[in-house]
Design a protein around this ligand. Sequence first.
Ligand code: ARG
Length: 462
Amino acid sequence: MAQLWGGRFTKETDKLVCNFNASISFDKRFVKQDIEGSIAHVTMLAKQKIITNDEKDIIIKNLKDILDETLSGKLLITEEYEDVHSFVEANLINRAGDAGKKLHTGRSRNDQVALDMRLYIRDEIKTIDELLFNLLSTLLKIMEDNTDTYMPGFTHLQKAQPTTLAHHVGAYFEMFKRDRGRLADIYKRMNLCPLGAGAMAGTTYPLDREYVAELLGFDGPTLNTMDSVSDRDYLIELLSCLSTVMMHLSRFSEEIIIWNSNEYRFVEIDDAYSTGSSIMPQKKNPDIAELVRGKTGRVYGALISMLTTMKALPLAYNKDMQEDKEMTFDAIDTAKGCIALFDGMISTVKFNKEVMAESAMNGFTNATDAADYLVNKGVPFRDAHGIIGRLVLTCIDKNKAILDMSLEELKEICDVFEDDIYDAVSLKTCVDKRLTIGAPGKEAMLKVISIEKEYLKNNCIL
Ligand code: ARG
């Protein structure tokens, strides 16, 4: 294996140690970031007269060639190198000779890898944000189309009060909107440049860290070189945010799975997003929703792994930190895939509006409104609650909904009931009367939809 060190050693590294130590199989993802960082570094070295302009030009030209060739597949990143940093440097020296040997002046792999990871994460945050934006646009469309689609709202998975599909989906809109806010916060906090921290104590070269930070689009340099090479907080924050995104997706998935069941039939998942059974011909399974729900555990796992890896690590860099990559990459890939797939599934799902409304009608979701009706007629709420409780019991006995009871039957339970009860507890009234901001009443809902429409006008929060 081609190595970046050797002077101090008298023996070859054990083959198994090389493999165990190597990170190239996964950090090769950083080739673009590594080269981008190196170009900024040598640009600064030349400005500070640490290398000549000619040397800088040779290095940059060759670095660009190496990037083009690796991206096109002409140059392969092989396991013969320990990591992506040695791969790039060795190839550069091969092509640029002595000038290439100056690339690593005033730099360590510790600040280099810290930089690569930040550059990589910055790009990924933007991609995840875009995916969440797309999902929110899908959800808003569903909300706009369904302000009159009645359905039961649940607590304890028991029918509670009537609501609308727009309101139910709107709850998820708020969750994913907060997730975007979290991403933006993380981005802002992590957008500082660690390059120039060296191994841990900076360097004696007159580096211009502000300049490098500016070249790479950071808000400035990090302010403590030991912290710069050992900070992985932003990964923990990102994994926590992705875990929350997945938790939201898994709740929504669970509901889709329940709604797609024969017992509910609230939705039908599009053929393109469901699968069949190898033995049971009648089956149409909600595999995508189940997989999203299942993969949530994997992203939580990454968060716990990262916290555990970082626990009790002394300052500054420790090789343990190399473990940050695979789990972060896996969590990011998983979350991106799940958001995109879920978006595809939910944008094509068919809502069985009649079944939903029917379900809201049966199950006494209007019982609270019936109690409120009595309160409006002067009955104290606690008494009204008891009266409606008895009414529900009678209805169950007669296998009827409140609306199916005749006025006579109602009056037998409480003589305060009048003809206007039927309108007071109709689905439409029950929903449309709920007009405080955030409630499902149509006017309230339309107001929220217009606020969220405005929010989505600016598609980038970063
Ligand atoms: N592959 C290493 C990592 O991912 C790069 C930094 C190596 N630094 C070192 N001192 N060996 O953390």
